[in-house]
Design a binder for this molecule. Structure first.
Ligand SMILES: [Zn+2]
Length: 171
């Protein structure tokens, strides 16, 4: 679940540029490489207010508002891709859902139903985020910057934490 309220995010051109440098765009998810919230495991970003004070905002919220404008009243951002560090606001990733939709999705996950049953990373949200960022950074260091290659790296590191992976191996 994500925060749904709060003042809109107003970014200067310099803010947008700084925000963009913390994102790695794979062919699927766009991975946030900056700071990670605890215990949520979401990307977080410090934004300087006009009065000079700083506020922390979730990275996917900033990405959403940059792409689509202010979050509608009562809406909650949801990760359809289940990757909490993802800031891709295209179809299948981050979308603005109603609070009811958000609760419904959480309930379905607990009941082990839906398209990706019971998919809760065994490393926990913060552990998954750390593993994802490490894998992506390593790939970039090795010069594997092609979006398709990076998407493969991401899929592999996500699969490591899949609670069903060991069961599948036993079958
Ligand atoms: Zn995604």
């Amino acid at each position: 679940m994500s925060q749904s309220r709060g003042e809109p995010v107003n970014l200067t051109a310099a803010d947008r540029e700084r925000f963009g440098t913390a994102i790695c765009r794979t062919a699927t998810c766009h991975i946030w490489l900056g700071s990670v919230s605890r215990p949520g495991g979401y990307g977080q970003w410090w934004l300087r207010r006009p009065d000079g004070r700083q506020r922390v905002v979730s990275a996917h919220r900033v990405a959403f508002e940059v792409a689509h404008g202010p979050l509608p009243e009562g809406a909650t951002l949801m990760h359809d891709c289940e990757v909490r560090l993802c800031v891709n606001t295209g179809p299948g990733h981050v979308h603005a859902g109603t609070q009811a939709e958000n609760v419904d999705q959480a309930v379905r996950r607990q009941r082990m139903a839906g398209p990706r049953p019971g998919l809760v990373d065994v490393r926990g949200p913060v552990g998954q985020a750390a593993a994802v960022q490490t894998a992506i950074r390593e790939a970039l260091t090795q010069g594997r910057s092609d979006p398709d290659q990076l998407a493969e790296v991401l899929a592999e590191v996500i699969a490591v934490g899949d609670p069903l992976a060991n069961q599948l191996r036993l079958l």
